[in-house]
Write a protein that binds this ligand. Sequence first.
Ligand SMILES: [Zn+2]
Ligand SMILES: [Zn+2]
Length: 418
Amino acid sequence: MREENQKKKKRSAGRWGALLLALALLLASCQGPAGESLAIGSSSTTAAVSAEEDGGSAGGSGSPAGDGSGAETADGAGESSGEAGGSLPGGELTVHFLDVGQADCTLLVCDGEAMVIDAGNNADANTIKNYLNSQGITGLKYAVGTHPHEDHIGSMDAVVGIWPPETLFLPQVEADSETFRDVLHAAEEKDVPITRPVIGQTYELGGGSFTILGPLTDYGDNLNDWSIVLKFTYGDCSFLFSGDAEADAEGDLCDSGQDLSADVYQVGHHGSSTSTSPEFLEKIDPDYAVISCGVDNDYGHPHQETLDRLNGAGIEIFRTDEQGTIVASCDGQEITWSTAPSDSLTAGEMPEETSLPFETVDSVSEDADYVLNTRSKRFHLPDCSSVGTIAKSNYQEFQGDRQELIDQGYSPCGNCNP
Ligand SMILES: [Zn+2]
Ligand SMILES: [Zn+2]
C-alpha cells in the first residue's frame, strides 16, 4: 500500500499566502466576487491554524512513511490532470448529489475544477461514469473517500482509474475488504498518492475552498466515525459533508470549537438517527439538508427521528430516494436548487427480512479474514451485508486462506465475492 505525505511545503506556503491575503484584505476592504472568495479562504485558514495548534488528531496526525517521494508524485500528478472540461460554466459552484441508491456520491464543480466526495457502491460505477461524462468532467482535482465502507468507496477504484485525482483523501484507517484493496490498487496503478486528512488544512477548488474538520481522533473499529468531515465554501455559500460520522464523532466536532456552520448539510449516515445529533445540527444551523439514501433500503433510512429533527429546525429537506440526483448551484451569494424540497417527511421502512427471528452477531472481529455460515456452507468478507443476517448459532469467523475454506466444502458468497 502506498502512503504518502502531503505536500507540506506547498501547504505551508499556501497558508502563509492566505494569511498575507487576509491581511491585505483587512487593509483594503474587499469588494467584488474575487474579494469575496479570498475573504472566505482567509477566514477558514485562520480557523485552520488554531485547530492545528490544538494538537490535531490521530486521524490527521498520521503522516505515514515515504516522505519526499510522495510530494514529487503529487506534484507530477497535479500537472497532468485536475481540470474539468472547458464546457463547464465559470463563476459558479455546482454541487451534485448523485442518486446512487443507498450510498453517497457528490460531485462538486467550482469555476471549472472538479472533485468528488465518495463514489457509491461497487455497482454504481457506470452511473457515476455516465454522470461525470454528462457534466463534461475530464479531470478531478480531488477525490475524497470519507471512510472505507463499500457504499462510499465502492466505485472509487473506477473513478481513480478514469480521472486520476491530483489528491486522493482517505482517513487513517484500513478495512479488510476487497473493495478497499481495489481503491488502493487503482491509486497505485495511476500513481495517485493517498493523502491523509489533516485537521484545519484548506484546499482550493476554483474560487472556492474546503477545510478538513474531521476525523478528530482514533475511533477504533467504528469506521463511520472515522469519516472525513469537510466544509466547502464558495463566496457566501457553504456546504458541510460528514460522511457517516455518528454521534461520538459529531460530539467531538462540536467540542473542537471549529466553525461548523453551513448553509447546506449533507445529512450524516444517510439520515440514520445515530447521526445528526441535536447539538451537531444546532452548530451547523443549515437552511437546507440533503439526504442520500436508497428507496426501500435495508436500514430504514432516513429515520423518522432525523426527519423530525430537521423539520423541527425549519430546514428544507432534499432526498435522493424521492427526488433522484439533486443539484445545488451557487453564484457566490445565493443557492438555487434543481428541484423543490421534499415535503413527504416519510421515513424509510425496515424491510421485514431484517427483523430476524434469531440473534445475530453485532460486529466482526478485526482479525477475521472471512465469516462463515456453517449451516449454508457459504463464506463472506467481513463487511458483506449478509454477515449481519447470519444466526449466531451458525456464525463462525475464519483466519486463513480462502482455498482452505473451499477445500472444507465452503463456497464464496455471490454478493461479496470473497
Ligand atoms: Zn454510508
Ligand atoms: Zn459507513
